[in-house]
Design a protein around this ligand. Sequence first.
Ligand code: HEC
Length: 395
Amino acid sequence: MALAFGLCPALPATAAPAGTSEANAAGSADGGDAYAAERMRVIMAILAYVLPRSMDPSRFADPEDSQAIGSALRSMAERADDLETHGVERGSGFRHLAEVLARDVREADRRFRDGRIEESAFLVQQLTENCLACHARLPSTSDTPMGQRLVEEMDLDGLTLPERARLQMATRQFSASLDTWEKIFASPNTTPAQLDRMGYLGDYLTLCIRVTGDPQRALATLRRLATRPDTSDWVARDLAAWIDTLEELQTRGLETGDGSSLKTARELLNEGDRVRERPADKTGLVYDLVASSLLYRYTESQPWGGHHVAEAYYLLGVAESRIDRSYWISQSEFYLETAIRMAPDAPFARQAYDHLEKMTLQGYTGSSGVHLPDDVRENLEALEQLIDASAPPTG
Ligand code: HEC
């Protein structure tokens, strides 16, 4: 069996990042993170090897390949563990997503070794969700040539255009991903209502607003969609709301990452609330995205702890719960819990708890009622006790 790439994942020694100490800083001056990028390149090379194989069960199960796939998954798990350790320095959002990635890779590896090949292949395909969630938080100006090269070399003929666009997002080929989304939006085969329902418009807006910082491009695309004859009335209503918000926010210029961003984010979330007629209404999406973008930058730039940072996590939890879609790694609960643990005595801790409890109950409600696992229930109880114990004595 020939490996398609120079960087052989089965031989971690060749791919192992050189010296870990000098690049161990939590982020360089230009906002890049050399330590993470180094690990990412290895993880990316391994993904380029295992992902195409995972899409074809007969290849994933091929005994000839199995040793190489097994050791590829193992070395990916090691890099993900490194990233998790590094996450301790990078702060909460990063750490959580690094932990989730490490856990998911270990699980794919474990099932592969247990001979549960199909389950392992499925988990490998889901990994791109982790990549996407972490990369879609913060601004980035450049695409990754390496990601592009590896994806081009991958044998992914079976991918649909949306799958391709999401893989491009996951591998940080942001402008290529925008091009692919726009190609999808220009096709008459999918109605704007379908684009919306599948979450494609949300993915695209997330990319334009949080990552590439290009509201003009988003505006042009939304205006084109709004004039399509097959745009249904309610989608037209959402599109009009998003266009209005983008136009309005542009005149305000929200590119500051300074102390005022917490206050601005709070105001934006309130404005989003005002335009929403029902809780599940999407008209406030652009407000939520812009607020979350400010909050991610704020939490990355501030030292850990204190009421302000805790409030930022609370607001991020609220914003993400509105943006979150089921197939993204859910970040909302984690941010709400972080806010409570960081400042259980803050006035917003109770609100964060109520939001968290509601989301958790929703997540565990099925046709036969609510089934909270013991550890989830215990965690909620512990958080509530923390808040009660921090409340100022009454009377
Ligand atoms: C916990 C957050 C996180 C997760 C999860 C994550 N990444 Fe990254 N990734 C980063 C950061 C941070 C960088 C560095 C960006 C920078 O330099 O500003 C990066 C950079 C990259 C790069 C560019 C490397 C270079 O040459 O500069 C690629 C490719 C990449 N990631 C692929 C992936 C893939 C594939 C996955 C999923 C298997 C993934 N990442 C998951 C945070 C993450």
